[in-house]
Design a protein around this ligand. Structure first.
Ligand code: GUN
Ligand code: ZN
Length: 434
């Protein structure tokens, strides 16, 4: 008998590469109907077919037959301070920020409040099978301190940063260019690469930063090239017009960020819906990343993201929930809406591509695919146990499915939080639906 942390028998699905880039989609993934995953010290030692000898070989096999185990979901754009204002009525982006977002974010100057919401937020991620996320804080360092403390507690791979914002917001939410540099640098030194945590330089979006602030954000990125950049781009038409007025000297909205040294392979641009051809080219050339946030884009009436264009331009894309403009923490709900957005754009989002985006695709987008996103030997054992069907209708639909892809498609369209049975971080169970 070997000494191991965890041995699981179940069905397993994980991706090896992007199914839309593979000449034979069957070689983009591995599916084991009756498989065995062996975990030691929080890492995957092996995933293979189950054999009858395994019963003698291993002492305690956790039997999860009938369920589907996939790598933990990855959320590439979410705002934790907006958890409590999810589903706020009736506005598009700029009015929505003024009416609901800014007053809510004010509360995060209080570290106790930030700690309380951090706990709720991380719990929601885990309930929904999300094991890693790129997360906006608020302008207050307290907001980031509280979130990192909680993520550290749960041993999560989480990336976050303090918002930099020195104009065009209420006074109570503004910093200054210098203050934002000093505070961000202090947070980088304290938190970046502590256990599984990473820092993201986080200018909210071009309209709320002066040239001076973006210059300093770029200096910070130059000094700490390993940290991320996280911001918003071309989400809403009025926002884009505003950026043109504020930065008339720049050739495009994306060029504002690019000019100040904020583009690159660890720079994530949420939304990127209304891009010009020039912007598509520049995002591609700089190897920057896009976060596709369908529930948010529909909820705020922002528009339809062109996933096929990103594929054509070889741009990495991950899925984002964008809570609280997004309406669900769940990547299954997000895929449901992503499918519809794609169809309205004249494209079909296959279930394989959908599950790729929610797992390995998200990991590639965040440059964390050396650690998570699939079940390759040596990766950290962050994973989710999914129940294929939790009600009569799902049961009927799943039993009526022709093959694996059809079954996965039914999960992506009909599934939701209730299908997430368990969530594991580094081989430890952190959530169980009871
Ligand atoms: N653009 C600038 N700030 C925000 C925000 O908080 N949410 C969304 N969806 N877009 C933004
Ligand atoms: Zn956002």
């Amino acid at each position: 008998m070997y000494s191991l942390d965890l041995v699981i028998r179940s069905s397993f699905l994980h991706f090896i590469e992007d199914p839309s880039k593979c000449s034979n989609k069957l070689s983009s993934y591995e599916f084991l109907n009756d498989g065995l995953m062996i975990i030691k010290k929080g890492r995957i030692i092996e995933l293979r077919e189950y054999s009858d000898e395994d019963e003698k070989r291993f002492e305690n096999i956790e039997d999860k037959r009938g369920y589907l185990v996939v790598p933990g979901f990855i959320d590439t754009h979410i705002h934790y301070p907006q958890t409590e204002m999810i589903g706020s009525y009736g506005e598009q982006l700029l009015e929505w920020l003024e009416t609901y977002t800014f007053p809510t974010e004010q509360k995060f100057s209080d570290i106790d409040y930030a700690r309380k919401i951090s706990k709720v937020f991380i719990r929601e991620l885990l309930k929904n099978g999300t094991t890693s996320a790129l997360v906006f804080g608020t302008v207050h360092t307290e907001s980031v301190e509280a979130l990192f403390e909680e993520a550290l507690n749960e041993n999560m791979l989480l990336i976050s940063g303090k918002v930099m914002m020195d104009r065009n917001a209420p006074d109570y939410l503004l910093d200054t260019a210098d203050k934002s540099y000093i505070e961000s640098e202090a947070l980088i030194n304290k938190w970046h690469s502590r256990k599984r945590l990473k820092y993201a330089i986080t200018p909210r979006f071009a309209p709320t930063s002066t040239r001076e602030q973006l210059t300093l954000a770029g200096k910070l990125k130059e000094k700490y090239p390993d940290v991320y950049v996280h911001t918003h781009l071309c989400e809403n038409r009025n926002e884009i017009e505003w950026v043109k007025e504020l930065y008339p000297e720049r050739k495009s909205y994306f060029n504002v960020y690019d000019y100040y040294g904020l583009s690159g392979d660890k720079s994530v641009f949420a939304h990127s819906i209304h891009l010009t051809d020039d912007e598509w080219d520049d995002i591609s050339k700089t190897n920057s990343v896009i976060s596709f946030c369908p529930t948010s884009n529909l909820f705020l009436g922002s528009g339809l993201f062109k996933l096929s264009k990103a594929e054509e331009k070889n741009i990495r894309v991950g899925l984002g929930t964008d809570i609280g403009a997004g309406t669900s923490f769940c990547q299954l709900d997000t895929l449901n809406e992503a499918y519809k957005v794609n169809l309205l754009e004249g494209n079909k989002l296959s279930a394989l591509k959908g599950f790729f985006l929610a797992t390995l695709g998200g990991a590639i987008a965040l440059s964390i695919d050396d650690k998570v996103g699939s079940f390759t030997e040596g990766k950290v054992a962050d994973f989710v146990v999914i129940d294929w069907a939790v009600n009569d209708l799902q049961e009927l639909r799943v039993n009526n499915s022709n093959d694996l892809e059809d079954k996965l498609f039914s999960l992506m369209i009909m599934g939701g939080q209730q299908n997430i049975k368990e969530t594991y971080i580094a081989g430890k169970r952190k959530y169980c639906l009871d």
